[in-house]
Design a protein around this ligand. Structure first.
Ligand code: ZN
Ligand code: ZN
Ligand code: FE
Length: 750
């Protein structure tokens, strides 16, 4: 009888893979064993040839949803005539154990059905989970991943749960967070002073009434507190915006089920699959006209950040409320999300009316992930729940030094590159606040403790004032480790290259808001030729001044003023821009520019977007970063128009012709959609001009500007048509969330 040794790699640990192998082996009448080890899972199986063949197919397809077989190799073994039964062996603990920690996963179909079925032990139980689903990373204190090392250690299993936990044929075999109404956590509804209002099912029902009455409910979700409010009520949404001090930035909306989501938004196959996946991200989808959500959710935005309930608690709540709910991180604008009860009561007391909480502690905050699907696949815009802390293999870095990289200042992440594997922290938000900087420091410590890894070197941004840079400098001193400073756009390009296994040379189009350049000016419209830890600046936008510096990020009119000044000198604002300035504001900025006061120059394409949006009166004054660029993207829609010309000398692109073109179109009364479409085509032209100048066959696209689906699609098509190989971010975000990855690979090579 044939006997095989099968080596399996992929997402195969902590996701119920071994028990399913066990079940499949029994079903196919095989003998042998299965065990975990550092590199994956090994199976020894003996049986009839056809049974073995069927078994090999089944272990790739008939496995729990979160499990993924990436690699499968078989070797023939001599027959064992004494073989009997099939066993799950304890992990092989020899060698260099590289722990594989599973991410937090959405409730699986089996658990969903169980909580929906009267008479089941876990009927309507908000903390139902199994080996295929539920909390992981957010509740694990330390490794190995066993119950005593999780925040479930305070809940001794009842006999029924213990039975399921110990039965290899049960889907809760070794499910560490296993719980039931008898032994597990329970809900409490709290007042703002922390006092308990009600417990269990009553708490749920009272929270539902509060939501139906338009009140703001803070709930303790999987990876942190969230603020919920009725998404169909304009008044309720406005109340949340006022309290959260978040004027126009879109809110994500959770729908009760796929049917209600599909009624409100256009969904393709890929989008449906992602929404229902174990990662269950917030997905940016097209809103249908007349969708049952109030305009104030995402003003002027044709897309909606939509998602489905991903815990039993969310499912129960949404089913009772029976309408879409705004579901946003529990924080004040720009602060990190609250995840501990006391902290939430303190920090969210002015935001929420009531707290729906529970007694299962969250040990680290994990925000919701955000994705979008374009014509040719998904883009991850925020990488957190469902993905963190999965390690991603980075080709060519097996023997490289271990690097801890501290990232940028916004959309912060920390990365650990170790033996060719990259672990990126969850999205940590912005570091402007003290809480943000504190979260960064805690995450660094946590990541190293968790994986038991000591870095050989550290990496950070060139910018001296980023909280991430300051922390890296301090730890470099404390730990006596070398610190490498990586230029921001070099890191962008290197990140996208690493994602696609490119060593370079490759052209990187790194277009974003701003990052500090090697020459001390603010960069952001760059074409770099990158090879390993070196780069050459092949092309860039001709720098223009930003009166007020950082203030320009939130006031596109400043970018317009600076751009006009640099190309035309002083003068009065064009008619479409004039209303954006009150009284002496314009003249004040002009005199700042004339004196060179607080007006750093930038080559940023993000700021060029801002300038054009302000000139076309789309968005000129206060707002959130990227709002103006989004308005231009949406205005362009699917229109394709002829480009404005560029004046390109030795790689430096002077936007004067583009600006003159925009102004003359405005003077001729052309509509904004036309101008926005021309502007996008012009940028695709510029991308091609720089790529041809650089002359390398591989091109990577990185930076916040490539969150713009319209721009990315145009650039990709144009470069591909011209014969270049274009690579986009897929596994990591194109925005500053990828910077820590880029820093890590550059520093490992340096
Ligand atoms: Zn489950
Ligand atoms: Zn129990
Ligand atoms: Fe950036």
């Amino acid at each position: 009888m044939p006997r095989l040794c099968i080596e399996v790699q992929g997402v195969v640990q902590g996701v119920g893979f071994r028990p399913s192998v066990y079940r499949l082996a029994l079903a196919h009448g095989l003998t042998g064993a299965v065990w975990n080890h550092a590199r994956g899972v090994t199976i020894e199986a003996q049986g009839g040839a056809t049974s073995l063949e069927a078994f090999l197919r089944a272990i790739q397809t008939d496995i729990p949803p979160p499990a993924r077989v990436a690699n499968l190799a078989c070797v023939d073994l001599p027959e064992d005539p004494q073989a009997e039964g099939f066993r799950i062996l304890a992990s092989d603990e020899g060698g260099d154990i590289r722990p594989v920690v599973p991410p937090d996963l959405a409730i699986c179909p089996a658990c969903a059905e169980e909580t929906d079925t009267p008479g089941e032990r876990r009927y309507r139980y908000p903390f139902t989970n199994c080996t295929y689903c539920g909390p992981r990373y957010s509740i694990i204190a330390s490794l190995p991943y066993d119950r005593p090392h999780t925040s479930m250690q305070a809940f001794p299993m009842c006999p029924a749960c213990r039975r399921e936990y110990s039965d290899p044929l049960d889907r809760r075999f070794h499910a560490q967070p296993i719980a039931c109404p008898v032994c597990g956590p329970h809900l409490t509804l709290r007042r703002l002073d922390g006092g308990s209002l009600s417990e269990g099912e009553d708490a749920l029902h009272e929270a539902v009434v509060a939501l139906q009455e338009g009140r703001v409910v803070a709930i303790k979700g999987l990876g942190g507190f969230q603020l919920l409010v009725d998404a169909t009520s304009a008044e309720a949404v406005r109340r949340l915006r006022d309290r959260k001090r978040r004027e126009e930035k879109p809110f994500a909306v959770m729908f009760p089920d796929m049917a209600s989501l599909a009624a409100a938004c256009e969904l393709g196959e890929a989008e449906r699959a992602l929404l229902a996946s174990p990662e269950a991200p917030i997905l940016l989808v097209r809103r249908r006209p007349g969708a049952q959500v109030t305009e104030g959710i995402a003003p002027g935005n044709p897309r909606l950040g939509a998602f489905l309930p991903y815990t039993p608690l969310h499912r129960l709540l949404l089913a009772l409320v029976d309408r879409p709910l705004v579901c946003t991180s529990g924080n004040l604008s720009e602060e990190p999300m609250a995840f501990e009860d006391d902290e939430a009561l303190r920090r969210l007391g002015t935001l929420a009316d009531v707290f729906l909480t529970h007694n299962r502690p969250i040990l680290r905050p994990v925000d919701d992930s955000v994705m979008r699907v374009d014509g040719d696949g998904p883009t991850l815009l925020r990488r957190a729940r469902g993905f963190t802390p999965l390690a991603v293999a980075v080709a060519g870095f097996k023997g490289a030094p271990t690097v801890l990289a501290f990232g940028a200042h916004q959309k912060a992440t920390v990365s650990l590159l170790h033996q060719g594997q990259l672990v990126m922290s969850q999205h940590l938000g912005d570091l402007m606040s003290l809480q943000g900087a504190d979260l960064l420091a805690r995450t660094v410590e946590d990541l190293l403790d968790f994986f038991g890894v000591q870095p050989d070197r550290l990496a950070c941004d060139l910018h001296p004032d980023y909280a991430s840079t300051r922390l890296a400098e301090r730890l470099s001193n404390e730990w006596d480790l070398p610190l490498l400073r990586v230029q921001h756009h070099h890191a962008h390009g290197a990140a996208c290259m690493a994602e696609h296994g490119l060593k370079g040379p490759a052209t990187a189009l790194a277009w974003d808001g701003t990052g500090l350049g090697s020459d001390g000016t603010l960069w952001g419209g760059e074409a770099l030729a990158i090879k390993g830890d070196r780069f050459e600046r092949v092309g860039h936008l001709r720098p223009f001044p930003l009166p007020g510096g950082e203030a320009a990020v939130r006031e596109p009119r400043r970018s317009a003023c600076g751009l006009l000044w640099s190309l035309r000198g002083s003068g009065s604002p064009p008619p479409t821009l004039a209303p954006a300035f009150d009284g002496p504001e314009w003249n004040l900025l002009q005199s700042m520019l004339a004196k060179g006061l607080h007006s750093p120059v930038t080559s940023s394409i993000g700021r060029l977007f801002d300038a054009v949006a302000a000139l076309t009166s789309l968005h000129a004054r206060h707002g959130f970063e990227g709002q103006a660029a989004m308005a231009l993207e949406f205005a362009a829609g699917d229109r394709v128009e002829s480009p404005y010309a560029w004046d390109l000398k030795a790689g430096m692109a002077n936007p004067s012709l583009l600006l003159e073109g925009v102004l003359s179109d405005l003077a001729a009364g052309q509509d904004v959609a036309f101008i926005a479409a021309r502007f996008h085509t012009s940028l695709a032209d510029l991308a091609l001009a720089w790529t041809e100048l650089s002359g390398l066959p591989d091109v990577v696209l990185s930076g916040g500007c490539f969150q713009n689906a319209r721009l990315t699609g145009l650039v990709q098509a144009k470069l591909t048509d011209a014969g270049f190989r274009v690579h986009r971010h897929r596994t990591f975000p194109p925005n500053d969330g990828c910077i820590s990855l880029g820093q890590a690979v550059v520093a490992a090579l340096g």
